[in-house]
Design a protein around this ligand. Sequence first.
Ligand SMILES: *[C@@H]1O[C@H](CO)[C@@H](O)[C@H](O)[C@H]1NC(C)=O
Length: 522
Amino acid sequence: MKTLLLFVASLQLSTTYKILVYSPGLSNSHLMSNGRIADLLINAGHDVLIYKPELLAAANKNGSDLAKMLVVDMGLKEKWAKTFENYDDMIFKGDGMSVSEFLNFQKMTVETCDAQLKRKDIMEILRAEKFDLAISETMEFCSYGLFHHLNIPSNIVLSPGPLMDYMSDAFGFPAAPSHVPNYLGRFTDEMTYVERAKNLLATNAFTYMGRHVASLTTKVFRNHFGNDFPEIYELLGRSPLVLVNSVEILDFTRPVLHKLVYIGGIGMNKPKSLNKKLTKIVESGKKGTVLFSMGSVVKLQNAPLEMKSAIFQALAKFEDFNFIVKTDASDKEMAELASNVKNVYLESWVPQVDLLGHPNLKAFVTHGGQNSILETVYAGKPVLTIPCFADQFRNAATVIKKGFGTRLPSLSALTVDSLTAALHDLLNNEKYEISARRLSRMLEKKPVKSEELVVKWTEFVAEFKQLPELESYARQLNFMQLTSLDILVPFTLVLAVALFILYKVLHALTRLFFVSSKLKNE
Ligand SMILES: *[C@@H]1O[C@H](CO)[C@@H](O)[C@H](O)[C@H]1NC(C)=O
């Protein structure tokens, strides 16, 4: 604590920057994570405003108690709610998220972008602030145009989960689909031939989806401000720095550029003690207690009855464990099912970090959102992931690769048998806990703390504004140049022709030689 205070005090001696954090209201977990960045910068002496366009009513948190807030209703709550409602089918019946489903989400962000630009009053408030720097999540493309429009001289891109494929493309990272699983994929880095083919296709599809949505967003800006407005994809690619909400030990090892900094695990507070009710539940599990939470976006109350019933039938088989299941208070079906099962407790809200930190909490069943994964790694607890959408499948694959848990392929694969088998494996195999503890210690001993990286890099970028020094020239090259095919193809052709000619000549010479020696012998 003392060193932290000293650290904060020493930072306050430097320049104060005015920083905008762009935090679209789509999920409480993202809002909290953006808020943690804001708080960190405020504690380092900077002046931070969080601008939150309100989109989903359920995303009702601000994420920060310290930052100034500009919360603006964009009048799109119903439309956004519909977009997410359509996800229920994908989540409960589907088999992962397709690129086209992701495209629908992205198209709503383009509409949202237009709605924001129409709010000239808000734009003027933001412009008048004369920010030194802006930070935005990468879930959409609007922010890069906004920052340009607002004359903010510098920006940082914040990736809430693993880097999306179009982002690496925009920045000019070396594409490596042979061993870097795509954002929506479920492969680990060890892929079979067919998986590599699928991964190559998906990586490219996702990249082109990103380019397409960026160009739609560019159109929105050009409609408002004329055809001189720069390409959004170019603005994204030129951003001086990318902060990724993951850690090196967790993400699949991949080629990166100098402008990428891993900052996962920031602001994770030491677990606090639980309230009386939860303490009693957690401590009364004979062999321990398991937390079952599908996060803030998946609505377990909308799951089909058979799925809910399957969950309870499976959990009831583990009599020595208590289960805390997070579900909405309005869910009568779950309440009724739970009333027949002794070892299951329903909660509508859970203090996740505090629960995971309790010594008697043995494992975590989760949708595998990035923040939940980071929190469980921080606590050193093994997980069973049941991925539902977006990067959750990839996160589940990371868990398998790093050995701290198991997975079900998707929610639709959840049956009494599959859940029982996965839990049995998780709770009876010490290896998962050993790996989880090792990762937890590694996170604790990370050579440079993520908090320090965020503050120092932000100040560095704010001072120097643009960082062409970190730009990869790859962005200027076309596909043929980038892959060196423009050299390899002609070179191979010339070589082939030369070899062919050589072969023909030798062939002719040997024939001549044999013929002449034959003649001589005769
Ligand atoms: C979020 O910030 C706004 C604007 O300052 C405020 O009106 C609102 O009460 C805050 N909400 C929460 C949940 O703190």
